[in-house]
Design a protein around this ligand. Structure first.
Ligand code: ARG
Length: 245
């Protein structure tokens, strides 16, 4: 009798251990981002929220992963994807030829536009007026790269994030800020005396960066993104954060 009981206990324990192993195997998908870029990624208290966070959450759910978001400098995201520190980079990141040398990009899930923020009384009315002006940008972004090419590195001041660049504009340390249109609107709404010029600087596509070593993940992401477009999920996420003007 005693023997049967201990055998039973052993059997129950074996089953429990087996189940525990199974559930602890829930896979994690890590996303590298730079959470200073509203409405794509920003902090709400100590939680990172926004369009990209929700797209990633939905992707993870559809692919059967737990999502983990890792906040870092924008310029570190590509390397972190390359070295496998994170599985994917989602950061309102524009697809460029240079970046494609280092990572693969998913299909695009949103569009972006580089715009020019100036003080309300500025004499700058279009990109043609920028020669000899001091331009503030966020470090390592396309705004930074294009401005350095078009107007010369010496006319560009790179800040660690867009909000700091906009503060420099408010304080008169730069003559304008070139940054993606959605964060631009959020920064202008949060500061007195600024406006966004009607003439756009560059139009671009946002996509998810994945390691070149991880073709399978790229395929899975593209499949889920296509489904999210087809069933309206992506548009619903965009509409939640972007109000049509
Ligand atoms: N679209 C621009 C780029 O790819 C800026 C992205 C900045 N994103 C961020 N989360 N800070 O370079």
């Amino acid at each position: 009798m005693k023997k049967t009981v201990s055998l039973l206990i052993a059997a129950v324990m074996a089953v429990m251990m087996f189940t525990a192993c199974g559930s602890s195997q829930s896979k994690t998908l890590t996303m590298g981002t730079n959470a200073a870029f509203p409405p794509y990624e920003f902090y709400d208290g100590d939680k990172i929220v926004g369009i990209d966070a929700e797209i990633a959450e939905e992707l993870a759910k559809r692919l059967g992963y737990e999502l983990e978001i890792v906040d870092m400098e924008f310029g570190s995201i590509i390397t972190s994807v390359q070295t496998g520190k994170v599985d994917m980079g989602i950061a309102g990141m524009t697809v460029t030829e240079d970046r494609l040398q280092n990572v693969n990009f998913s299909d695009s899930y949103a569009g972006g536009v580089q715009v020019i923020i100036v003080k309300e009384d500025s004499d700058i009315a279009s990109p043609d007026d920028l020669d000899g002006k001091l331009i503030g940008v966020q470090e390592n972004t396309t705004g930074h790269i294009y401005c350095a090419e078009d107007y010369g590195e010496e006319n560009v001041i790179a800040y660690t994030n867009g909000a700091t660049a906009v503060q420099a504009l408010v304080q008169g340390k730069v003559d304008c800020v070139i940054i993606d249109s959605q964060p631009a609107q959020s920064f202008v709404a949060g500061n007195e005396g600024l406006k966004i010029l009607d003439t756009e600087y560059v139009a671009e596509d946002y996509a998810i960066a994945v390691s070149k070593e991880n073709e399978d993940l790229l395929k899975e992401i593209n499949k889920a993104l296509a489904e999210m477009t087809a069933d309206g999920t992506t548009q619903a996420i965009l509409d939640k954060y972007i109000t049509a003007e």
